[in-house]
Design a protein around this ligand. Structure first.
Ligand SMILES: [Zn+2]
Length: 98
């Protein structure tokens, strides 16, 4: 494991700041999720990989309302094809004959 030489203090709430250079290198932005794991005495932060919200499949191809969904689960949702959105039939307007 490679040391970056960067030392940061943990604040009273247990928070640390990731140096901006590291965030840049790893493509970590505001709102991204990091997975925390441990290996012996090491704490490891990994950028969370995109997984299908239903089955956990990796690299889901479709995004729906900000969530990733794989092709299989999207198919199971009933003909959802990426950008196709079915809206209920428009109700007859009460003011249609003015
Ligand atoms: Zn899936």
């Amino acid at each position: 494991m490679k040391s970056t030489g960067v030392v940061r203090k943990i604040d009273e709430l247990g928070r640390i700041v990731l140096p901006s250079e590291l965030r840049k290198v790893f493509g970590i932005g505001v709102g991204d999720e990091l997975e925390i794991s441990v290996d012996g005495e090491q704490v490891i932060l990994q950028k969370r990989r995109d997984l299908c919200v239903f089955c956990g499949a990796e690299e889901p191809a479709i995004e729906f309302k900000g969530r990733k969904v794989c092709d299989t689960c999207a198919g199971d949702l009933g003909g959802f094809q990426g950008v196709e959105v079915r809206l209920p039939d428009a109700a007859p307007s009460a003011t249609a004959t003015t």
